[in-house]
Design a protein around this ligand. Structure first.
Ligand code: UD1
Ligand code: MG
Length: 468
């Protein structure tokens, strides 16, 4: 099923309703089902992303109910609209609650908020098939090896006679492998004019949207069915096991896409790459790497094993050695990080800079070609270009109440084991002697010593041993 995705004017009278009000009892969770994540973002956000490519957000109606406020908050920046289903009495009832909002449209496409693999192409193909058949209802179906748990499509010739839910199916009906995807297209008139016919005489005592098939047949409306060629797109996530399975499928697909774009990923099954992550061509990702959230990695980078990078921007030709953790960090071209660097939010690492073993940074700018290679904490600091930060250096940024800033200008050499008590400025080209505690500003091109003078007592050890 391939059809062009078209947001042209003919869509003006088409709405997409996304059912997202259910509790998700089978997940055994206190959080609403549609906010559970696969590929690093909520189920519902994936469905909205696909829907948005078919109709504008103002024509997308998300039906919320269980934890409605939380669900609304998590996706409202997309500009979609909401209707409230309270209480939640089944998928048919969800559409009853949406009826007033949908009355102004000619066609309504209905999607499930818990089936995140759906694509815009499939939604558009469902729409086109439905319009072409001039049907009252068109069901998107799929043939599954194991149809357990899904509603079965009972055909009558080419069209649909009814949909039977697993719990009500006879042993013969359970053998049918063509299942209801939970995605439908309706003529708004057929849907809204007949929805009151739904009853709750089923094992759950709910209004089933699936019963619209039989109801519309009775009302002499055509109920068509179109089978998807890609059954994995319609998989739902009703249980933890299904959720994890979908997550794996989505990440496998993500890795396949990145590899098609020129990224090398060794042992992709060991990597966790979120759906919205971008990676440039000729970058190599080693086993057991996690790239999360809105992370963007440039080209020609190498991300070595056990690094976890979240919501960060990494430019080109960057080498990230094993075991680095980056969170909301920005790294410029040709920088080298790790092993075991921890870049916390607000860290900006300059071009060709080095951040090494057990170095923690937070809210800092490290200039071009500057180096902080060993056992260091740099927080709330402006560090210029060509600066050398010796091993064990610490910016003391916190006085117990407030955070203060350390400024280290271009070309400064900070000796090992220095503590810089902020607020403090070290001027351009200055030297800080090793083990100094710097509490006052250091002028440019000077040497600052802030430590006790060394005392040597010759023969002291020999005398001590003799006294034993
Ligand atoms: C539904 C279909 C089933 C189909 C399957 C595909 C019905 C009766 N059955 O079953 O035929 O094979 O999807 O995945 O529709 N929801 C509401 N309000 C409610 C109840 C549910 O908005 O009162 C939402 C849920 O949040 C969910 C979606 O509707 O996003 C589907 O509900 P769910 O309980 O998952 O239905 P299934 O049992 O999967
Ligand atoms: Mg479901």
């Amino acid at each position: 099923m391939k059809a062009p995705v078209n947001r042209a004017e003919r869509n003006a009278r088409i709405a997409i309703a996304i059912m997202a009000a259910g509790k998700g009892t089978r997940l055994k969770s206190k959080h609403p089902k549609v906010l559970h994540e696969v590929g690093g973002k909520p189920l519902l956000a994936h469905v909205i992303a696909a829907a948005e490519q078919v109709v504008p957000p103002r024509d997308i109606w998300v039906i919320v109910g269980h934890e409605a406020e939380k669900v609304r908050e998590s996706v409202q920046q997309t500009g979609v609209q909401f209707v409230l289903q309270e209480p939640q009495r089944g998928t048919g009832h969800a559409l009853m609650c949406a009826a007033p909002a949908l009355a102004k449209y000619e066609q309504v496409i209905v999607l499930s908020g818990d089936a995140p693999l759906i694509t815009a192409e499939t939604i558009a193909a469902l729409r086109d098939f439905h319009l072409q058949k001039k049907a009252g209802m068109t069901i998107l179906s799929a043939r599954l090896e194991d149809p357990t748990g899904y509603g079965r499509v009972i055909r009558d010739g080419g069209d649909v006679k009814m949909v039977v839910e697993e719990k009500s199916a006879t042993p013969a009906q359970k053998k049918i492998r063509e299942i209801n995807s939970g995605f439908y297209a309706f003529s708004a008139k057929a849907l809204l004019g007949n929805i009151e016919r739904l009853k709750t005489d089923n094992p759950h005592g709910e209004y089933y949207l699936t019963d619209m098939a039989a109801a519309l047949r009775k009302a002499k409306q055509r109920v068509a069915v179109v089978q998807t060629s890609n059954p994995s797109e319609i998989l739902g996530s009703n249980t933890r096991a299904e959720l994890v399975d979908l997550d794996r499928k989505m990440r496998q697909e993500k890795c396949r896409q990145l590899m098609a774009e020129g990224v090398t990923i060794f042992y992709p099954d060991t990597c966790m790459i979120d759906w919205d992550v971008q990676v440039g061509a000729d970058t190599t990702i080693e086993p057991f790497v996690q790239l999360l959230g809105k992370t963007r990695i440039g080209s020609d980078c190498r991300i070595r094993s056990y690094s976890v990078i979240q919501n960060s921007r990494v430019a080109d030709e960057v080498l990230i050695k094993p075991g680095c953790v980056l969170d909301e960090a920005v790294v410029a071209n040709a920088a080298i990080l790790g092993p075991y660097s921890h870049l916390r939010p607000g860290s900006e690492i300059g071009e060709g800079a080095h951040v090494g073993n057990f170095v923690e940074t937070k809210k800092i700018r490290l200039g071009k070609k500057s180096k902080a290679n060993h056992l260091t904490y740099l927080g709330d600091a402006e560090i210029g270009d060509g600066v050398n930060i010796g091993a064990g250096t610490i910016t003391c940024n916190y006085d117990g109440v407030h955070k203060h800033k350390t400024i280290i200008e271009d070309g400064v050499f900070v000796g090992s084991d220095a503590t810089l008590v902020a607020p403090v400025t070290v001027g351009k080209g200055a030297y800080i002697a090793a083990a100094s505690c710097i509490t006052e500003d250091v002028p440019a091109d000077s040497l600052a010593l802030g430590r006790a003078k060394q005392v040597v007592k010759e023969g002291w050890a020999t005398a001590k041993r003799a006294n034993k």
